[in-house]
Design a binder for this molecule. Sequence first.
Ligand SMILES: Cc1ncc(COP(=O)(O)O)c(C=O)c1O
Length: 384
Amino acid sequence: MASLFAFDDVACQSLSETHGTPCFAYSGDVAEGQFRALRSALPARVRVAYAVKANAHGALLARFASLGASFDCASIGELKRVEALGLPPGRTFFAGPGKREAELRKALAMGVRIQAEGFEDLARVDALADREIALNLRVHPAFDIDEGNRIIGGSGPSAFGVDEEEVPALLAQAANLRHVRIRGLHVFAASNQRDASKLLAIHGAVLDLAKRLSERHGLVFEQIDLGGGLGVPYAPGQAPLDVQALGEGLSALLATHPWFDGELILEPGRFLAGPCGVYLARVVRIKESRGTRFAILEGGINHLLRPLLTGEPFPVKAVGKGTGEPSYTLAGPLCTSLDRLGEVALPELAAGDLLAFGSTGAYGLSEGMTHFLSHPVPPEIWVD
Ligand SMILES: Cc1ncc(COP(=O)(O)O)c(C=O)c1O
């Protein structure tokens, strides 16, 4: 399993000299290693659909496609990127709480499986379709969810899916639709979870929910989509997700639900793409202010927004300098005091020093605010 940094100091130095900084670099081997580790641990009845939002780099998508991945898209832009891969039907999914008509048209034209997030999606697809369309219903479950960093929102109010308790009303409302048929269930309830038993507890609850829905409403599920949420370490000492335990747990769950003979789907983004990426940026200046030491970098939340959103920094090292005690507040070059990449322990820094941020292959540049202040968009280097 990958370390926190896909590239060692020598490689970081050489990438920075060849391509300039700031830049992102992605290791094809590490991405492939993540995919293979997960795929080989899972039962054959589990499909792996890479969540494109984590990182839509063309070479990364092509690598996952060549390994047999399916793809989870959430915008017309992502659908077009996946369309360019020329995949056979059945390997693309389309989710999202605010799908516009043009996006639904595109999804129908591509023959992708739509995750309906409410009655509006069902009705719009029904109106656009000229044939029977099988789709999945995304449900926001009522069961309690221990969601570490609440990116998905736990079990409180949610913009995603239809609330579990509203499903009967939705089904009654949808009864007269002519073309759409609910043939799958989609539930995504947790994010960045590295504890396989916690993921499995949610997956078990989803299968129980599917059973209740099929018994009470006669729904026949070809697919149960368990969403993403497979976590990665962001700090030394954090244990990686035990994919073997996850695979064994999913086999056991399938065995305890003999009524379900369809396929399970996992939609990992972070797990597959996170470890392959490194973000390289140099220190522009060091500043002391009222007892705080700032290292001001070439890039900030325009390239890495996640630390600000979650309060959790990406792992960082000072290339060629080893580890150290002094603590720095890492600030970016933007004109806002929100531009922070974390409080970190690093050795004595000076202008020109190269910093490498690990595990930035997912929700790195894809989540950055690249337009803010119009700094150049950093190059993304694919290393095979
Ligand atoms: C519908 C859906 N599937 C999959 C993912 C990927 O999640 P993760 O990167 O945590 O695996 C997301 C992330 O927001 C999502 O919204």
